[in-house]
Design a binder for this molecule. Structure first.
Ligand SMILES: Nc1ncnc2c1ncn2[C@@H]1O[C@H](COP(=O)(O)OP(=O)(O)OP(=O)(O)O)[C@@H](O)[C@H]1O
Length: 279
């Protein structure tokens, strides 16, 4: 396998005459961790669909490494063997009776030999930490587990690039930790991951490069530079990272000792008065 870069150049998409992406360019470096950030409805899914080949843009081009994505049958088959998109809602993707059958679907469709299918499915379940659930009916799994099964289905296709639409949305803290472990293993396994999120703090903790969707345009850069640009974040209807928010609140409070108890810290961050005055 091995990492490959993914590039979109001058991409525009409109739905019914309404522009969602306007002359957008983005470069996902081979081996990077790229977070695509934007508010609800900003166009993240649309861009991921363009990158995956599922949506043909009105204008612009997509390249994997040096190869141009062509929207004919052969071009799309070749592209999908390298780039896989996992949808936000696992229930849009899972349909087989149990986990193994679901994850086998893609490799079986490639008409691979039985041994090869089995080895790909084992590998995908292992990377996603799902071996113990291999025989379980998918509908009995938790939402977070179903999300990982959907990713395993894409991983079984052995893509170089994995596009994950909101992989942490709707997960509790344990689910997010399990997803982070899976992302780490995918990276070690040689897959470059691009994910969409509106969680600025998650992007700051995970990504090596970020792209912010703002009114049909995409701004790309280093996480610390872009996510420190509070004007851009406000325009894109995204929250500032909590560390910046805390630092700014502490700054306006003068040079005294910062509060150490949770209640006073929450009060500092939210303007909510503590029930017991902080000393
Ligand atoms: N097939 C479609 N036909 C018409 N409009 C669409 C279609 N798909 C998306 N849109 C519209 O395009 C805009 C961008 O949608 P998109 O799903 O790409 O945003 P998003 O950033 O992924 O949103 P969310 O965070 O809510 O998933 C939205 O206003 C949406 O309603």
């Amino acid at each position: 396998m091995g990492h490959l870069s993914l590039t979109a150049r001058a991409v525009s998409v409109s739905y019914g005459g309404r522009a969602v992406l306007r002359d957008v360019s983005i470069k996902v470096d081979a081996g990077s961790r790229t977070a695509l950030l934007g508010a609800n409805g900003s166009g993240k899914t649309t861009l991921l669909r363009v990158l995956s080949g599922a949506l043909r843009p009105d204008a612009g081009e997509v390249h994997v490494g040096p190869d141009l994505l062509r929207h004919n049958r052969a071009g799309l088959i070749a592209h999908r063997q390298r780039v896989q998109l996992v949808l936000q809602d696992p229930d849009d993707q899972l349909f087989a009776a149990d986990v193994t059958r679901d994850v086998s679907f893609g490799p079986l469709n490639l008409r691979l030999a039985e041994d090869e299918v089995r080895s790909r499915v084992d590998e995908a379940l292992d990377v996603l930490g799902l071996q113990e659930m291999a025989q379980r009916p998918t509908h009995q799994l938790s939402f977070g587990q179903r999300k990982r099964v959907a990713i395993a289905g894409a991983v079984a296709m052995r893509p170089c690039l994995l596009l994950l639409d909101e992989p942490t949305a709707g997960l509790d803290a344990t689910g997010v930790d399990e997803m982070l472990t899976a992302l780490q293993r995918l990276e070690e396994w040689g897959t470059t991951v691009v994910l969409s999120t509106h969680d600025v703090d998650f992007a700051l903790a995970w990504a090596t490069q970020v792209a912010v969707v703002d009114d049909g345009r995409v701004h790309q850069g280093q996480p610390h530079a872009l996510l420190g640009d509070t004007e851009l974040l406000a325009r894109a209807r995204l929250r500032s990272p909590w560390v910046l928010e805390l630092a700014s609140r502490l700054g306006t409070r003068g040079t005294g000792e910062p509060p150490r108890d949770l209640e006073s810290l929450v009060a500092l961050l939210t303007d909510r008065a503590p029930s017991v005055p902080a000393v």
